[in-house]
Design a protein around this ligand. Structure first.
Ligand SMILES: [Zn+2]
Ligand SMILES: [Zn+2]
Length: 172
C-alpha cells in the first residue's frame, strides 16, 4: 500500500480498508489476529508535509503475561501524524521538542501498510494482562489464582496425602 505523494489530490486521499499483518511483525509475539485490522485514513499533503489522520480497529488474542491465559484484546485507536521528507534532518530535533507524532518519508513515497502497522503496535500494552488485578499462577500448585486463592490455599489437606503420611508414620 504505497502512496505516491505526488499523486495525492488537493482534497486529500480518503480510504477505508482492511490491512493484513503477519504475527512476526507485531511487537507482541504471542498475539493472534481474530479479525483483520481495519483503518479509516485521510492522507493530505500540505507543502512538503504529509498529514495522516485516521482510526484503526482490530481484534487480537493475547496471552496474559501473569497467568498465561489467552484473552481478547480489542483495538480502537485514532492517530494524527505528520510525515516529513527524510532530508529535512534539521527539523528532526525541533519536532522531538514538540510532542508531535511524526515520521519521515523518502523517495516521495509513504508505505501506509507500515504506518498502520506502527500505529497498531503502539496500542499494545508492554505486558499484556487478562485483567489489571490478575493474580497469576500459584508457584506451588501451578493453578491460576483467583481472589488470592488457588487449589492449595485455604483448602484442607488432601485426604490421600494424609493417608500416606499416616502410613509413613506407622512404618517408623
Ligand atoms: Zn491473567
Ligand atoms: Zn496453589
Amino acid at each position: 500500500m504505497i502512496i505516491d505523494i505526488d499523486k495525492i489530490p488537493k482534497e486529500g486521499l480518503s480510504m477505508s480498508r482492511d490491512f493484513e499483518f503477519l504475527n512476526i511483525d507485531l511487537v507482541e509475539e504471542n498475539a493472534v489476529f481474530l479479525a483483520p485490522t481495519h483503518a479509516d485514513v485521510v492522507v493530505r499533503r500540505v507543502g512538503e508535509e504529509i498529514w495522516i489522520k485516521g482510526t484503526l480497529t482490530a481484534r487480537l488474542r493475547f496471552v496474559c503475561s501473569r497467568c498465561l491465559s489467552p484473552f481478547e484484546f480489542p483495538v480502537d485507536a485514532s492517530f494524527d501524524l505528520v510525515y516529513l521528507p527524510e532530508d529535512l534532518d534539521m527539523m528532526k530535533d525541533e519536532l522531538q521538542e514538540e510532542d508531535v507524532d511524526s515520521g519521515f518519508y523518502r523517495d516521495n513515497q509513504i508505505d501506509l501498510h507500515e504506518v498502520i502497522l506502527e500505529q497498531l503496535n503502539l496500542t499494545f500494552p508492554l505486558k499484556p494482562l487478562c485483567s489489571e488485578d490478575c493474580e497469576g499462577i500459584c508457584a506451588v500448585c501451578g493453578q491460576i489464582r483467583r481472589g488470592g486463592r488457588c487449589a492449595c490455599v485455604g483448602k484442607e489437606e488432601d485426604p490421600r496425602l494424609r493417608k500416606l503420611k499416616n502410613l509413613l508414620r506407622d512404618k517408623r
